[in-house]
Write a protein that binds this ligand. Structure first.
Ligand SMILES: C[S@@+](CC[C@H](N)C(=O)[O-])C[C@H]1O[C@@H](n2cnc3c(N)ncnc32)[C@H](O)[C@@H]1O
Length: 412
């Protein structure tokens, strides 16, 4: 195992994410391609953790280093952030190693003139960064946003919706690695390993996703919160079902009945088709179209699923860079719900789900749609929304899974 190779890959990810706007998971795939499994895991931990904690880390680097991080050369900035993450948040990594390796990263970038500066700052970080960050206050949204490294608007939104204690729980939980859960795809023969969940019949918690099971379509990586949203559709064989936001297909391939799976983006629609094939979901037909301008013949459905694009505030643990780019999308979500409702037969049902924890994109969208609401909380009391028991809400700090809001509505 070579921790140096893992650190080098992590630094590449930081440069791609912060200097070029790349997605962390894609950047990691490229940067860690040549690493073995253990090094790749370390590179991921270093890169993802640093991306998540960058706001707090920059605060500490500026306080102890005496220079604005925006004025540093990108490789120096990345090396300091990377070392800072190890020093402040990881146990079991000797400070000496974190400092030495980050100095080497600066040297390898041919920034000889910055080596002395980096060395001096890193020694100060080793001496005081952890204590400085642990001592930051967290009594207001602004303080908590800095300490736990979230944008102010996210801290303010959670404070407003949940109050300080719950908001802090959410912040802490989404700075930890997420659960690894797969959905057992019973369309394929075999029985995957893993720990079942009492309420979600196909959910299995695993240490890692087995590549062979993934390739054969026996499992699909899907958090318990996401599986719950698919289950809430409750479609049955023989019914006609419309999935308006379908790619990559986790939920579409979970559904019974004759499923029309709509996806707007060409590339994602192709990915959806490939996933449908691997999973053997012969009941799913993919349609590449804009859900807001559907072909006229797509109507009279028994059920619809609108698993809408959203700010993703419930999946920040799994997508480390998302907190820095997330935007609420309530107008698009409402338009999608209305488009789905128009395509239902009278009395048909519509599940609206989003992987976010923000009342503007959750209950406010449902209220604006003005449709009758089913009592999902009575069906799944464990996941009942704390303020609105007719809805479901999975919470990372309470249920240990991604945050999903789920509502089931009824066409007149
Ligand atoms: C949250 S993802 C859906 C995840 C999917 N339901 C699953 O379980 O795997 C939202 C998807 O909606 C698609 N989308 C966004 N706007 C759309 C539109 N107007 N019409 C159809 N699809 C759209 C996005 O490209 C994205 O693939």
């Amino acid at each position: 195992m070579s921790a140096s190779a893992a650190r080098r890959a992590a630094q590449q990810v930081l440069l791609r994410v912060f200097e070029e706007g790349a997605y962390a998971d894609r950047a990691l795939t490229g940067a860690a391609a040549a690493l073995d499994r253990r090094d790749r895991a370390l590179a991921q931990q270093l890169a993802y953790g640093t991306v998540q904690r960058v706001r707090a880390l920059d605060h500490g680097i500026e306080a102890l280093g005496g220079r604005s991080v925006t004025r540093l050369d990108p490789p120096v900035r990345a090396a300091l952030r990377l070392a800072g993450y190890q020093l402040a948040y990881m146990d079991g990594i000797p400070a000496r190693a974190a400092v030495h390796e980050s100095v080497e990263l600066v040297r390898e970038a041919h920034l000889e003139r910055a080596v002395g500066f980096a060395n001096a700052v890193l020694r100060r970080l080793a001496g005081g960064l952890r204590a400085l960050l642990e001592g930051l206050p967290e009594g207001t949204p602004a303080e908590a946003g800095l300490r736990h490294s979230y944008p102010d608007w996210v801290a303010e939104t959670w404070w407003r919706d949940w109050g300080g204690a719950e908001a802090l729980g959410l912040m802490r939980a989404q700075n930890e690695p997420p659960e690894t859960v797969v959905r057992w795809n019973r369309r394929r023969p075999g029985r995957p390993g893993g720990t079942p969940d009492p309420d979600l019949p196909d959910a299995l918690r695993v240490d890692r996703v087995e590549p062979a099971e993934l390739e054969s379509g026996l499992v699909w990586p899907q958090s318990r919160g996401s599986q719950l949203a698919g289950l809430a559709v409750a479609s049955r064989p023989g019914e006609r079902v419309l999935d308006l936001c379908a790619a990559p297909g986790g939920k579409a391939t979970q559904l019974d009945g004759e499923v029309t799976a709509v996806e707007i983006h060409e590339g994602r629609a192709r990915e959806l088709e490939a996933n449908v094939a691997v999973l053997g979901a012969t009941n799913v037909r993919v349609v590449r179209a804009d859900a807001l301008q559907l072909p006229a013949e797509l109507r009279g459905f028994d059920r619809a699923l609108v698993d809408a694009p959203c700010s993703g505030l419930g999946v920040l643990a799994a997508r480390p860079d998302l907190r820095w780019r997330a935007r609420p999308l309530p107008e698009l979500q409402l338009a999608l719900v209305r488009a789905a409702a128009e395509r239902l037969r009278p009395g048909g049902t519509l599940v609206y789900s989003v992987c976010t924890l923000n009342s503007d994109e959750n209950e406010a969208v449902v209220s604006a749609a003005g449709l009758e609401v089913d009592d999902l909380g009575a069906e799944w009391p464990r996941f009942r929304h704390p303020r609105r028991p007719e809805f479901l809400l999975t919470l990372p700090h309470r249920h240990g899974t991604s945050g999903f809001f789920v509502a089931r509505l009824r066409a007149p």
